[in-house]
Design a protein around this ligand. Structure first.
Ligand code: DON
Length: 348
């Protein structure tokens, strides 16, 4: 199943930028096989600490690959599966602030090193803080929400603008998930009050948290998430040549996704896939095949590190089959896109 900008908000894909001789069929085949294979996995659980996330359909499994010409290849339940972005949206916050405030300001507030700890660690702020180790753990994203100017309303308006810029259209906020998180956010409240108490951030903590929870509660499909990832893959350039981000903002965001995006499984993830990525506890993972494509996978059973179990499996299969590991050193589109895959060979 593939879409060529069928929702009208992206320019036509005529004049494809795929190199001559490269066909979409192998991408479709690889993605569909990867999704179907992942359905055998039943480990993991939906993240129960945000009660509303427990209501997800556990069998929903979807994936999308967006290419620079504007086409998008969908697989699995991509048409009907919607989910909240959760931490995958932290890349939007980071990229938007890098763009508007510059790296000096952003990296005076958060570091650029992997934390080695869990995404909601409070202890690491005491031992390695008070500034968060990086922008992609909860403490880092909460600290970055403090930099967005104004009260809660202005911060949320800023987020809506950047969501729209990078996902290609405005996204709705899922109020059930937002309220569910607000009612159960003891750890994030502890982090935010600790950050302010230690002088790492300024401002009204409840405004900052409302902006952060809203960011996590934007709702999307894999198609939309893969289009955002494709902008990062193309150095900040969206379909049709619109520059959504500077090359510097895009490359800094992708670098931090590579080193910190999957928390304390960032190393093993990069080793297996070679795809800088960012997980969300709803089960989404957005991933970047630099210079090639944006990928999104989603399925609600997550492991102890907050990464989707089926999502991991799909990304690993896609990276392997399309030879998209950044360090693999093969031709840009690999054997698969050149039509050299043996039919049905998904398991190799
Ligand atoms: O702040 C939280 O705990 C959630 N809204 C987001 C955490 C998350 O997605 C972790 N990543 N996998």
């Amino acid at each position: 199943m593939s879409t060529d900008n069928d929702k009208g908000s992206h320019p036509s894909s005529s004049g494809s930028s795929l190199p001559l001789g490269i066909h979409r069929d192998p991408f479709e085949r690889v993605l569909e096989q990867a999704v179907e294979q992942s359905r055998q996995l039943e480990e993991g659980e939906p993240a129960g600490y945000i009660p509303e996330l427990r209501n997800a359909n556990l069998e929903h499994t979807s994936a999308a690959i967006s290419l620079a010409d504007g086409s998008c290849i969908l697989a699995g339940d991509a048409q009907e599966h919607r989910f909240t972005l959760q931490s995958s949206a932290k890349v939007v916050l980071l990229a938007g602030l890098l763009e508007e405030m510059g790296p000096d300001k952003v990296f005076a507030t958060v570091g650029t090193e992997p934390s080695g700890g869990s995404f909601s660690s409070v202890a690491r702020l005491e031992t390695h803080g008070p500034s968060p180790t990086n922008p992609l753990v909860n403490a880092g994203a909460i600290a970055l929400c403090s930099l967005i100017p104004g009260d809660a309303e202005s911060k949320i308006a800023w987020l809506r603008r950047w969501v729209s810029n990078l996902y290609g259209r405005p996204l709705p906020v899922n109020d059930r998930v937002l309220n569910s998180e607000r009612e159960t956010a003891d750890r994030n409240r502890a982090i935010a009050y600790f950050l302010r108490g230690s002088g790492a951030i300024e401002g009204r903590v409840e405004d900052i948290l409302l902006a952060y929870f809203t960011l996590c509660s934007f709702e999307a499909s894999v198609e939309e998430v893969s289009r955002m990832a494709c902008i990062l893959a193309q150095g900040g350039v969206a379909v049709g040549g619109r520059r959504a981000l500077s090359s510097e903002s895009a490359s800094s965001t992708v670098s931090l996704m590579a080193t910190c995006g999957m928390y304390d499984e960032s190393g093993s993830h990069l080793l297996r896939t070679g795809l800088p990525a960012k997980s969300g506890v709803s089960g989404v993972i957005c991933a970047v095949a630099v210079g090639k494509a944006g990928i999104a996978v989603s399925s609600p059973r997550v492991n102890a590190k907050g990464g989707s179990v089926r999502g991991h499996s799909i990304l690993e299969a896609v990276s392997k089959r399309l030879e998209w590991h950044f360090a693999f050193g093969k031709a840009a589109f690999g054997q698969a896109a050149l039509g050299q895959l043996d039919p049905g060979g998904a398991s190799s």
